[in-house]
Ligand binder design. Structure first.
Ligand SMILES: NC(=O)c1ccc[n+]([C@@H]2O[C@H](COP(=O)([O-])OP(=O)(O)OC[C@H]3O[C@@H](n4cnc5c(N)ncnc54)[C@H](O)[C@@H]3O)[C@@H](O)[C@H]2O)c1
Length: 422
């Protein structure tokens, strides 16, 4: 019986431990820790791997990143975190950098799980190597930035082995108030759904500056501004709300029309800074979605869903509630409806999303130790394609159907040779 089998067969014991305080769990159950590796030691990767470490039996034992400075910063952070949790420092043999770092990480023995937190362009390539290694995988959204990558991801999904768990980073679904209102909506609290209004009004992202870097490294470090690397704001950031809409409706859009552009931003890059998209879902349900990513004065994200018997309000910040015959409200929302929330570039939001990562991480680790493995790749692809549908409608300024999107088979090229960073 290897350690992974041990983890599976001790599912009851270990799953129970997930809900104990970390210091108690690790005090006497160190052998049951999930040994995890982080690929991409940036803001989100560090935040999620820290959440895994604090809230589950997972322990960061290996790190990889394109750039040595990011790897060194990751090592310093996780050595300090591990020490505070009475765990060993990371073995220097389990630190990898350069363009092949993801392959070296996949080849490492004695690692149970890989967390992929690299820029979106690389997700599918990194997912392929991680899935082939047989390790469990937690992959950030989006699963693919173009149709070709999305198709590839669906192929990879078929190669996931029985008992191998693969999650996609849609943590909002696990936020307790959002999970609760989803149950209500699924139970019919709104009656027939007619329309959704979704929004993601975010501040501009900040430039990452490093002295003396060439243009390719600048692009990589400022990947958020780059269509090929990020997929543009609809696919990279707004995807959380579009994913919630798909999930709440239990469907994906059939077609979209859109406008938008780069109205305010003047810095490097080619991503748009605003989108207005009309998605049509089965049954003639419409999602009217708007987003911005500029300025630094506010942050609001969420959706309102309107049905024949009631409406649901699901903001990141402020009351989550249902109005109508089956009125209901989440009691623990902190802010009032007039507050705008605080943006968190690493996804570590407060208020309604405060426990989203914790519960997402626990659910994923539970899927490993219980043997009830997840395979969320196809779901992740469906949401990514939904966003690509809106993006294509925006770029082409016309109605685009799901079939047209797939037939178009758009691909984005990286446009640089990563070997220069070896
Ligand atoms: N779920 C959420 O709420 C949420 C929030 C923020 C970001 N994200 C996602 O997380 C991912 C990372 O975002 P971030 O904000 O941490 O970005 P970041 O730039 O802070 O970190 C990315 C890291 O990946 C490294 N990297 C770049 N290319 C690489 C490669 N080919 N191989 C190995 N390492 C590479 C970079 O050096 C950097 O350290 C993105 O996919 C983003 O969409 C999700």
């Amino acid at each position: 019986m290897n350690r992974r089998d041990f983890l599976r067969t001790t599912a009851g014991v270990t799953a129970g431990l997930l809900f104990l305080r970390p210091e108690r769990v690790f005090g006497y159950e160190a052998n049951s820790a999930i040994r995890m590796a982080l690929l991409g030691c940036g803001g989100r990767g560090t935040s999620v791997a820290t959440s895994f470490s604090r809230n589950t039996t997972a322990q960061v034992v290996a790190l990889a990143d394109m750039f040595p400075d990011k790897l060194a910063a990751g090592r310093a952070h996780f050595d300090e975190l591990n020490a505070s949790l009475h765990r060993a420092a990371i073995d220097s043999k389990l630190l990898f950098h350069g363009p092949d770092a993801f392959k070296q990480l996949a080849d490492v023995q004695g690692v149970d799980m890989i967390q992929i937190s690299t820029p979106p362009f690389f997700h599918v390539e990194h997912l392929e190597a991680a899935v082939a290694s047989g390790k469990h995988v937690y992959c950030e959204k989006p699963v693919g930035i173009d149709v070709a990558q999305a198709r590839k991801a669906l192929e990879i999904a078929k190669r996931v082995k029985p008992g191998q768990s693969v999650d996609v980073g849609f943590q909002c679904r696990c936020a307790p108030p959002i999970a609760a209102i989803q149950q209500k909506i699924k139970g019919g609290a709104l009656g027939k759904i007619g329309l959704i209004s979704g929004y993601y009004y975010a501040p501009a992202s900040k430039e990452k500056v490093r002295e003396g870097v060439g243009k390719d490294e600048y692009r990589l470090r400022n990947w958020l501004w780059d269509r090929a690397l990020s997929g543009d704001i609809l696919v990279e950031q707004n995807i959380h709300i579009i994913d919630l809409c798909n999930w709440l409706l239990g469907a994906r859009p059939l077609k979209a029309t859109a406008t938008g552009g780069r109205s305010i931003l003047t810095h490097a890059g080619d991503c748009w800074d605003n989108y207005q998209v009309e998605f049509t879902y089965p049954g003639g349900v419409h999602l009217s979605f708007a987003s911005t990513q500029f300025g630094d004065y506010m942050f609001e994200a969420g959706l309102r869903m309107f049905g024949e018997a009631g409406s649901a309000n699901v903001p990141y910040t402020g009351p989550i509630k249902i109005m109508g015959g089956q009125a209901w409200a989440w009691q623990d929302s902190l802010a009032t409806g007039t507050d705008t929330g605080k943006f968190a570039a690493n996804g570590d939001f407060n208020d309604n999303l405060a426990f989203a990562d914790r519960d997402k991480d626990r659910t994923f680790i539970d899927s490993i130790v219980s043997g009830h493995a997840h395979n969320q790749i196809a779901d992740g692809v469906e949401t990514a394609l939904s966003c690509m549908l809106g993006r294509m409608a925006g770029y082409q300024k016309r109605e685009v159907t799901w079939e047209e999107l797939l037939a178009h088979g758009e691909t984005y090229k990286l446009g640089m040779d990563l070997k220069q960073f070896a």
